[in-house]
Design a protein around this ligand. Structure first.
Ligand code: F6P
Length: 328
């Protein structure tokens, strides 16, 4: 993994997959760290899609001024079907070699790190950086974007609670997390939800209805059920099923959707993105390749991308336990 130190002259940087608040501070950190080491940085626009079409632009320290506080990603992002095909992958390699890029730094979620792994297998030195609001990447305590998204969710649920208790209603609120219940479980704990349903949950609609009806009988003015996107049946279907049962409250469903991915990055995300961006360049210079910058306690450590993509991050059962205790 640690190879003899080679002089990097030109590197590429991209943001990939679903955008995450903090991607801009990450880009800024990479460009400024590399500039300090005399390394030229080329921004790859729209992730693997742009890579295959040679969409590179040189970025100096001035190009990344004023972006620290901006949501989204100035490099744009995409999910590419074409890159999943061998022809697309070969085209990407050709473009990298044409542009004379010595290495690529890629920030994104699981799919993006799989893409990074593909480049690595073709001999391109890569560094991965975990960025996904879902916080479902193995090998890091936190991903860029999670904290901002969680704060957005908490703000939305607090507001929904105001109207829910004014009307004596039960709300099913869906958070993002196609394959992960991380945001839902954390949001449920910090907003005092009556119930949290995550993809791993085995609770049936009847169990949910019973919990809501019980809250009604105990004189609660509202009931909040937080549902992760990946829970089956989905929020809308679940809401319709429960509404037909005897729960006391009237029911509403609210799907928070893509507002969870937007907005200016929180202080935590700016800091994490800055740390991970600096370390990505420093790891490269130190001779690490094909590793991800992982947050491990207080430290940023190199984690082999192979290990990251071949493992699944599971929710800490402590959170499920805490959510259950506190929802009484
Ligand atoms: O960013 C990850 C994620 O938010 C998932 O939780 C969600 O299912 C997905 O992205 C949706 O993204 P899009 O609408 O961009 O495909």
């Amino acid at each position: 993994m640690v190879e003899p130190i080679k002089k990097f002259q030109r590197i590429g940087v991209m943001t990939s997959g679903g955008d995450a608040p903090g991607m801009n501070p990450f880009i800024r950190a990479v460009v400024r760290t590399a500039a300090g080491e005399g390394i030229q940085v080329f921004g790859i626009e729209a992730a693997f899609e742009g890579l295959m079409h040679g969409k590179f632009r040189e970025m100096g320290i001035r190009e990344v001024g004023g972006i620290l506080q901006r949501g989204g990603t100035i490099l744009m992002t995409a999910r590419s079907k074409e890159f999943r095909e061998p022809a697309g992958q070969l085209e990407a390699i050709r473009q990298i070699n044409n542009a004379g890029l010595d290495a690529i730094i890629i920030a994104g979620g699981d799919g993006s790190l799989n893409g990074a792994q593909v480049l690595a297998k073709h001999g391109i030195p890569v560094i991965g950086v975990p960025a996904s609001i879902d916080n479902d990447i193995y090998g890091t305590d936190m991903c860029i974007g999670v904290d901002t998204a969680l704060n957005t969710i908490v703000d939305a649920i607090d507001k929904i609670r105001d109207t829910a208790s004014s009307h004596t209603r039960a709300f099913i609120i869906e958070t993002m997390g196609r394959e992960s219940g991380y945001l839902a479980i954390q949001a449920g704990i910090v907003t005092g939800a009556e119930l949290v349903l995550i993809p791993e949950s085995d609770l049936k609609p009847e169990d949910v209805a019973r919990t809501i009806a019980d809250a009604y009988k105990r004189g609660k003015t509202h009931a909040i059920v937080v549902v992760a996107e990946g829970y089956h049946p989905g929020a809308l279907e679940l809401g319709a099923m429960i509404d037909a049962m005897d729960i006391g409250f009237t029911m509403r469903v609210s799907i928070l959707g893509h507002i969870q991915r937007g907005g200016k990055p929180s202080a935590y995300d700016r800091l994490l993105a800055s740390r991970l961006g600096v370390k990505a360049v420093e790891f490269l210079i130190a001779g690490y390749t094909n590793v991800m910058t992982g947050l491990n306690g207080r430290d940023i450590v190199p984690v082999p991308i192979e290990e990251v993509v071949s493992n699944t991050r599971r929710i800490n059962p402590d959170y499920i336990h805490i959510a259950q205790i506190l929802s009484r």
